[in-house]
Each structure stands twice: as structure tokens, then as C-alpha cells.
Design a binder for this molecule. Structure first.
Ligand SMILES: Nc1ncnc2c1ncn2[C@@H]1O[C@H](COP(=O)(O)OP(=O)(O)OP(=O)(O)O)[C@@H](O)[C@H]1O
Ligand SMILES: [Mg+2]
Length: 229
């Protein structure tokens, strides 16, 4: 597993009122295979998740993944850390399903025919068999979510950061994506409002008002959040 370190990190966002402390000074070491971030809307979960691959810059402190500083070497960190957005369509950039996965394989599979073969394997592995030539705009929400996940994982990251990956999905697809996430060989940092899913993780952080207010075994932290609600 990778080591994700936040050392005295805070995030301040400019606002019309002069600035909002979105994340109070936070220090963390995340090494567990599956870590959940839970808490109310606007608490700072996505902010915390986005710090890990530099989508959000830290205002103070430093973020490192396996010792590589996100502020200093963002490209290298992004090579190691895959990120999926809540809305998968935000990251499906190519016209067709096959081309979208092919983009992620460009570096590792330079030969076109080999790449095509690899694309087919990725699609099969993710339950997207036969959709290679389908327009990404013609996919259902669940298929799009699976494709986004497939595309990111095809890049073989060490860590996957997934921001509410099951929120838009129906029951069947939510189960499919959830099981897939729980089976990943990669380290997972999962932002979710699905507390049953969060409880399946190894560790959970409860974020409230820009602070990590509870941190421990996922089941315990989920219980704490439930009893406080
Ligand atoms: N670019 C920005 N500029 C100003 N404020 C921001 C910006 N991004 C986020 N915020 C504010 O930071 C706070 C935390 O936002 P964040 O998206 O991290 O919350 P969240 O815990 O992911 O919430 P949700 O469960 O609703 O997704 C919110 O008050 C939000 O309005
Ligand atoms: Mg969020």
C-alpha cells in the first residue's frame, strides 16, 4: 500500500466575505488499503480527497504520496494517484468507449494493435464488453461510472481516490461499483455518503466543519456519525 501523508495541511478558499477556512490544520498518515471519508455536505471531504492528487492546492503544510510532494512534483503524484469524480462524464474525454480507455493505455501500449487488445481486456474486466464503439454520451449512468473507473485503473495507479462513486447509480450498479472498489488491489480513498459502504472500509475519517473529528476503524466511526445525527 502507498503512504499518503498530510502534514499540517490547511485549505483556505477566497470568498466574497474575504476567505473561508475549508480545511483546518490537519495531519494524517493513511496506509490502510481502504479509507473512507464521511461527513455532512460541505464538510470538506472532497477538498481533502482532492488534496491528495493536487486538484486542490494546500494553503499551508504539505501533502506527500510515498514521499513525493504533491506541490513539487504533481505530475509524478498524479501518475500514482487516480481520481474519479462523482459525475463520470466530467472525465470521459474521448468520443467512444474504446478510445477513452485507449487514452489511458497510450503510455504503456504504444503499438496500436496491442493497445486495442488491451482495451478489450479492460472493458471485459469491467463489465463493459461489446461497448468499445459506443459513444461515451450514449452510456447509462452506471456504464459511464464503470468506464470512468476502468479508464483510471487502466493507468495502473497505486492509489485510487473516488469521490462519491456510487451516488448517481441505481441499486444494481451501486452494488457492482461498490464490490469492484472493495476488491481493488490498489489503495482506495473513498468519499461517500453510503455509510454501509464506508463501514466496509478498514478505516474511516469523519469530517465536520473542515476538521477530522473522528478517525478509527470504519465501523466505529460510522456508528459515531450515525449516533450524532
Ligand atoms: N472553489 C471553492 N471556492 C470557495 N469555496 C469552496 C470551493 N470549493 C469548496 N468550497 C467550500 O468548501 C467547503 C467544503 O466543500 P467540499 O466540497 O470539500 O465539501 P464536501 O464535504 O465534499 O461536501 P458534499 O458532501 O456536499 O460533497 C464548502 O463550504 C464549499 O462551499
Ligand atoms: Mg463532496
Amino acid at each position: 500500500m502507498a503512504l499518503i501523508e498530510l502534514e499540517r495541511v490547511s485549505v483556505r478558499r477566497p470568498t466574497a466575505e474575504g476567505g473561508l477556512l475549508v480545511l483546518d490544520e490537519t495531519s494524517l498518515e493513511l496506509t490502510e488499503p481502504r479509507v473512507a471519508l464521511i461527513g455532512p455536505n460541505g464538510a470538506g471531504k472532497s477538498t481533502l480527497a482532492r488534496l491528495v492528487n493536487g486538484l486542490v492546492p494546500a494553503s499551508t503544510g504539505s501533502v506527500r504520496v510515498d514521499g513525493v510532494d504533491v506541490a513539487r512534483d504533481g505530475r509524478e503524484v498524479r501518475r500514482r494517484v487516480g481520481f474519479t469524480f462523482t459525475d463520470p462524464r466530467a472525465q470521459l474525454v474521448m468520443p467512444t468507449v474504446g478510445e477513452d480507455v485507449g487514452l489511458s493505455l497510450r503510455r504503456t501500449h504504444r503499438d496500436r494493435d496491442r493497445r486495442r487488445e488491451a482495451v478489450r481486456k479492460v472493458l471485459t474486466d469491467h463489465g463493459l464488453d461489446g461497448l468499445e464503439d459506443r459513444s461515451v454520451h450514449a452510456l447509462s449512468g452506471g456504464q459511464a461510472q464503470l468506464l470512468a473507473l476502468a479508464g483510471v485503473l487502466a493507468g495502473n495507479p497505486d492509489v485510487l481516490v473516488a469521490d462519491e462513486p456510487t451516488t448517481l447509480l441505481d441499486l444494481g450498479n451501486a452494488r457492482l461499483v461498490a464490490d469492484r472498489l472493495m476488491d481493488l488491489p490498489q489503495q482506495l480513498l473513498l468519499v461517500t455518503h453510503d455509510l454501509e459502504l464506508a463501514a466496509r472500509c478498514d478505516r474511516a475519517l469523519l469530517v465536520v466543519g473542515g476538521r477530522v473529528v473522528a478517525d478509527g476503524p470504519a465501523g466505529d466511526v460510522v456508528d459515531q456519525y450515525r449516533s450524532a445525527a
